[in-house]
Design a protein around this ligand. Structure first.
Ligand SMILES: Nc1nc2c(c(=O)[nH]1)N=C([C@H](O)[C@H](O)COP(=O)(O)OP(=O)(O)OP(=O)(O)O)CN2
Ligand SMILES: [Zn+2]
Length: 147
């Protein structure tokens, strides 16, 4: 199977409230997101995307609009983390993303996959699908979701 992958990076804060070590503290990461797509290679002489599954620029623009710009420089907090939510709410205009699960890299990768799969599915009327999302929380720790 032919796949293509676009890498993007964003910064976000989080904490894992019940963690028995450092990760219960407020902290942040520079996340690396890998978006892997499969689909038919465009065969259209003269088309800008001739020979491509999807233009990497279009993959980036869609990821930014639907995910990356929403999470970048946000604090991602579990809806049940009431202490931190109250603190964040006390700062007018703070960029906060409330999610329905603990913001581990596993859960963030799954949330990213769930958002992006519909964004890319058969985009531009072409056979196209999201096959994998990989999210690095640190250079040493990551999660992968296969579609
Ligand atoms: N399975 C998971 N384990 C941990 C997660 C997670 O999301 N899923 N998250 C954390 C921390 O939030 C942090 O992201 C990882 O910290 P750490 O283990 O310190 O990672 P480093 O790459 O910095 O570790 P080094 O030992 O310095 O290589 C913890 N666990
Ligand atoms: Zn962390």
């Amino acid at each position: 199977m032919l796949t293509i992958t676009r890498k993007m990076e964003f910064d976000a804060g989080h904490r894992i409230p019940d963690h028995n070590s450092q990760c219960r503290n407020l902290h942040g990461h520079r996340y690396t997101l890998l978006i892997t797509l499969t689909g038919d290679v465009v065969q259209k002489d003269g088309a800008s995307d001739n020979g491509m599954v999807m233009d990497f620029g279009d993959i980036k623009a869609l990821a930014k609009a639907h995910l990356v710009d929403l999470w970048d420089h946000a604090f991602i907090v579990h809806e049940k983390d009431t202490a931190v939510r109250a603190f964040l709410d006390s700062m007018p205009g703070h960029k906060t993303v409330v999610i329905d699960r603990v913001p581990t890299v596993e859960n963030l990768a799954q949330a990213a996959f769930d958002i992006l799969k519909d964004v890319y599915h058969d985009r531009f009327g072409r056979h196209l699908s999201l096959t994998k999302v990989t999210l690095y929380e640190t250079p040493n720790c990551w999660a992968e979701v296969d579609g």
